[in-house]
Structures are given as structure tokens and as C-alpha cells.
Design a protein around this ligand. Structure first.
Ligand code: C5P
Length: 230
């Protein structure tokens, strides 16, 4: 098996609701590569911490959980995502905006980020990895062969997240969601360690007026131009 540093990697970073998850999943499927949804790991740490009764400011306890938690990603027969924490399906619970806020709080702690850094790098294996997050191109996989920074206007991102949550059966107001996303982005952009920002060598794609297919095509073409796939 190739060493992780030899494994081709595409990173897709960006703020909440920019479409990173959807694009990363579609691209990974198209090219037959592995997928890392790094946001899910931060969501799981916060979720597991609450479940274990940890105080919201217990940094050491959350870092221990981040190291010890048993996590499996997969899909059911209909292709819907499955996230198993200690063998229990938690995919629905960790996708709420409340879970996103919890994730963003634990994500500001260097101790938790250090533990997850190792776990995230372990996802790199042949034939390749599509990694989705906030610091994939800047910190976790600086050697990535293609780095994308995906953006969209705040209104469009809130609208997308709103639709996504509604489709999953959550009843949340667009106005409240807009505020929560703005708060989460501010926290992610201003934290001391691994803040949300485009890598200096990232290709920035504004997806405000682009459909999923068009963005995936653009990323696919950028990868093809770098010889990542035929
Ligand atoms: O991408 P998602 O919305 O699931 O991420 C949830 C939170 O996890 C983000 O708001 C961010 O605080 C944190 N995160 C991070 N670094 C990553 C991925 C997610 O700090 N690579």
C-alpha cells in the first residue's frame, strides 16, 4: 500500500452551506476514491461529549473522546449516508445545526484538532482521497494535488442548508439558520488554530449561480488537467 504522502488527494474546503459535502461525495463516487467528511468527526466529538455528560468546556475530556471514539462511515442500500458511533447510527442526530454549533466549539480547541489530525490523515489510501472540511488544504493535507475552496453568498448558503435540513425533516426558520451559520463561520474564521481560509494554492470556485453538476464538472476538469484521473 502506498504511503499516505504518495496517495493522491483532492481537498475541498469552504464555509457552511457552500456545497462541499455534496460536491465531495459526487466527485469521490465519480472517480472511485475514498471520502473524508472531516466535519462529521468534529460533530461526533461534540455529540459524544454531550452523550457522555462532559461539561461543555471540558477540553481534555473531549480530546480523550476524540481519540477513543469508534466511528464508521458507510451507506445503506439506497445510498443514504450512515454514520456509526460505537456501533449506533447517529447520522441524523449529528446533522442538526445545534450539532454544527457544538462541533464548531470543540473545533476551536487545539487539543481536539491535534487528535483528529492523525485520524483524518489515516483516511488517505489508494486509489485516492477526496477530503472535505475547513483546513484540509491548509493543515491536514498541504501536499494535496488539487485544492478547491468553495464559496457562495451567505444568503445562498443559508438557503441551501435550510433546504437540506428541511429535506431531512428538521423544522428550522431560515432567519434563525442564517444567524447561526454566520456565527459558526465567524468562529471558524477567527479561531487561533487552523482557521477557515483558502490555501494560497487553492482554486476558488464561487458556486452561487452554479448547480452541483457544473461544480463537479469544473473540479473534475481541474483534476484531469493535473493528471489525477483519465
Ligand atoms: O462541515 P460541517 O458543517 O459538518 O462542520 C462542522 C464544524 O466542524 C464546522 O463549523 C467547523 O467548526 C468544524 N470543522 C473544522 N475543520 C474541519 C471540518 C469541520 O473545524 N476540517
Amino acid at each position: 500500500m502506498a504511503a499516505p504522502s504518495d496517495c493522491p488527494i483532492v481537498t475541498i474546503d469552504g464555509p457552511s452551506g457552500s456545497g462541499k459535502g455534496t460536491i465531495s461525495r459526487a466527485l469521490a463516487e465519480q472517480v472511485g476514491w475514498h471520502l473524508l467528511d472531516s466535519g462529521a468527526l468534529y460533530r461526533l466529538v461534540a455529540f459524544a461529549g454531550a452523550g457522555a455528560g462532559l461539561a461543555a468546556d471540558d477540553i481534555v475530556g473531549h480530546a480523550r473522546l476524540a481519540a477513543a471514539m469508534d466511528v464508521r462511515f458507510g451507506a445503506d442500500r439506497q445510498g443514504r449516508e450512515r454514520v456509526l458511533l460505537e456501533g449506533q447510527e447517529v447520522g441524523h442526530e449529528i446533522r442538526s445545526e445545534t450539532a454544527g454549533q457544538g462541533a464548531s466549539r470543540v473545533a476551536a480547541w487545539p487539543e481536539v484538532r491535534a487528535v483528529l489530525l492523525t485520524r483524518q490523515r489515516a483516511f488517505a489510501s489508494p486509489p485516492g482521497l477526496v477530503a472535505d472540511g475547513r483546513d484540509m488544504g491548509t493543515v491536514v493535507f498541504p501536499q494535496a494535488r488539487l485544492k478547491i475552496f468553495l464559496t457562495a453568498t451567505p444568503d445562498e448558503r443559508a438557503r441551501r442548508r435550510h433546504k437540506q435540513l428541511k429535506d431531512k425533516g428538521s423544522d428550522v426558520s431560515l432567519a434563525a439558520l442564517s444567524r447561526e451559520i454566520a456565527e459558526r463561520d465567524r468562529r471558524d474564521e477567527t479561531r487561533q488554530v487552523a482557521p477557515l481560509k483558502a490555501a494560497s494554492d487553492a482554486c476558488v470556485i464561487d458556486s452561487t449561480d452554479l448547480g452541483v453538476g457544473a461544480v463537479v464538472r469544473r473540479v473534475f476538469e481541474l483534476g484531469a488537467a493535473r493528471g489525477l484521473w483519465p
